[in-house]
Design a binder for this molecule. Structure first.
Ligand code: URC
Length: 385
């Protein structure tokens, strides 16, 4: 069996590895010449880590991952610790530690595992088509590729999605901008092994450790869609937005370099349940585009990859049946994660001010039990449970 994978992001490379693991011949095509992920890091929760382990990346993942032993919420305005609790009960319950990982390092790990030289860069898909004997892809340079299946892991603005759905799907602005990057760990911001989140006014400033003594940081700021922004001014924007916040947030703002901040307008997409057309399937952001609010976007793409492998093991030699089984296994689970993230997004960013105030009050009464229950609810339900 030969698979054509479109996109060498987290989903595409994971799918390529998963299919090669069961003996597929796999070709990976990527439109960019050099990979530049939009986010600085990503929290790979336990379900995502289990997928990476399954793909033979256990040691590498552990090496790149940050150690999160505890979690805290702090009132961003006053510095009051609202709650602080151990993550160990979560790790014990789901049987795997989560690993926040710098995005570029995760990406490189996956690409190297597949073989960097084997990835065909600079190949932009312009058309894809199902066919009786094979599915075929056409690239901007006029070349074509065909295989028993085409896996479109071509991201949030997927062309494959348009083909499979037969229409364009409109993404939705989630109401906030995420500013993110990496800094050296500074205990004035938060303990080195803690996921620390400052909240207030529907905004958020957060750090979590990744490998090599660094924090992944992100700031969420509700802004109108398409608000004007001068590239390179993120630090000034944040200094204004968080001017009256507590010392830990100022320490973080001081630590970040002026050019080292990504600014990402957050969008998502209503879940849909057609992921497959004959021999063509969607995977990752192409199939389910989420806000980052529960840290499950990348994890869900990795779950897709493992589920795809399982589907082909159930239906060897029958690509159409395998892809339909893949779709059955994933649509509900992935859609649920998108909607969970959307609800969390709305609560965090004060879509309804009273509900957000009630959440802040809850955080002051929290001993970790409810938060861990919520996170376990996100983690459980994938192909490796
Ligand atoms: N939760 C996460 C979030 N990760 O696990 C993450 C969030 N990354 O709320 N936000 C973000 O940018």
């Amino acid at each position: 069996m030969r698979a054509i994978v479109i996109g060498a992001g987290m989903g595409g490379t994971s799918a390529a590895l998963a299919l090669r693991q069961i003996g597929f011949e796999v070709e990976v095509y990527e439109q960019v010449r050099e990979n530049k992920p939009v986010g600085a890091a990503i929290s790979v929760w336990s379900n995502g880590v289990k997928c990476l382990n399954h793909l033979g990346l256990e040691e590498e993942t552990k090496r790149l991952g940050g150690m999160v032993d505890s979690m805290s919420y702090i009132d961003g305005l006053t510095g009051e610790v609202m709650c602080r609790f151990s993550m160990l009960p979560l790790i014990e319950e789901v049987g795997q530690r989560p690993y926040p990982i710098a995005r570029a390092e995760l990406q490189l790990m996956l690409m190297e595992k597949f073989g960097l030289d084997e990835i065909r860069f600079g190949k932009r898909m312009v058309a894809v088509a199902d066919g009786p004997e094979a599915a075929t892809v056409e690239f901007a340079d006029g070349s074509v590729a065909s295989g028993d299946v085409v896996i479109c892991a071509d991201g949030a603005k997927s062309l494959g999605r348009e083909y499979v759905l037969g229409r364009q799907a409109q993404r939705r602005y989630a109401g906030y901008v995420n500013y993110n990057g990496l800094v050296e760990i500074d205990e004035a911001v938060g303990p080195a092994t803690e996921w620390t989140t400052y909240v207030g006014e529907g905004k958020r400033a957060s750090v979590m450790p990744v490998a090599a003594g660094r924090f992944y940081f992100f700031f969420d700021v509700p802004e109108p869609e398409g608000a004007p922004y001068e590239p390179g001014t993120a630090k000034e924007v944040l200094k204004t937005a968080f001017a009256h916040w507590t010392g830990g947030v100022h320490a973080l703002l001081e630590a970040i370099g002026p050019d080292a901040v990504n600014r990402v307008e957050i969008l998502d997409l209503d879940p849909f349940d057609t992921w497959v057309k004959g021999r063509v399937a969607l995977l990752g952001d192409a199939a389910h585009n989420t806000t980052p609010d529960i840290g499950q976007g990348g994890c869900s793409a990795m779950e897709d990859a493992v589920a795809l492998q399982f589907a082909f093991q159930e239906h060897p030699g029958d690509p159409r049946a395998a892809l339909l089984a893949y779709q059955r296994a994933r649509v509900e689970r992935a859609g649920e994660l998108v909607l969970r993230a959307r609800r969390r997004c709305d609560l965090t960013h004060a879509k309804d001010a009273a509900a957000t105030q009630a959440w802040y009050d809850e955080l002051r009464r929290e001993d970790g039990t409810n938060i861990i229950r919520g996170i376990v609810g996100n983690i459980v339900g994938g192909p490796l449970t």
